[in-house]
Design a protein around this ligand. Structure first.
Ligand SMILES: [Zn+2]
Length: 108
């Protein structure tokens, strides 16, 4: 095998590995390494705790559906946290955990 041919093979392998690493980075970014996902999860946890507090303060059953205005007093500056990934939240009934419109942002 000529030296040039061997160099071309090595170059091809290097490019292949380089391309693969991009593939893996891109893949993991859309799932477990999404930094917005953890923040969103924490937000949904805060919303769920606010719902439970609202239900106990107002003697509501688990099937009660609090509105955004009902929950506002339980957050600093009356601001309900928002999804950092621009998803929208569905508050749900007290007994049902809230969820985010971004499907990878799961809770609990
Ligand atoms: Zn989200």
């Amino acid at each position: 095998m000529s030296k040039l041919a061997r160099n071309l093979i090595v170059l091809g392998l290097a490019l292949g590995v380089w391309g693969m690493s991009f593939f893996f980075i891109g893949d993991s970014k859309s799932d477990s390494d999404d930094p917005t996902r953890e923040v969103c999860h924490a937000n949904l946890g805060q919303i769920q705790r606010a719902k439970q507090k609202w239900a106990s303060d107002n003697h509501k059953p688990g099937s009660a559906l609090p509105t955004v205005d009902d929950l506002k007093p339980y957050f600093p500056n009356q601001r309900i946290p928002r999804c950092p990934g621009l998803g929208s939240y569905v508050i749900n009934a007290v007994a049902d955990p809230p969820h985010c419109s971004i499907t990878t942002h799961t809770y609990p």
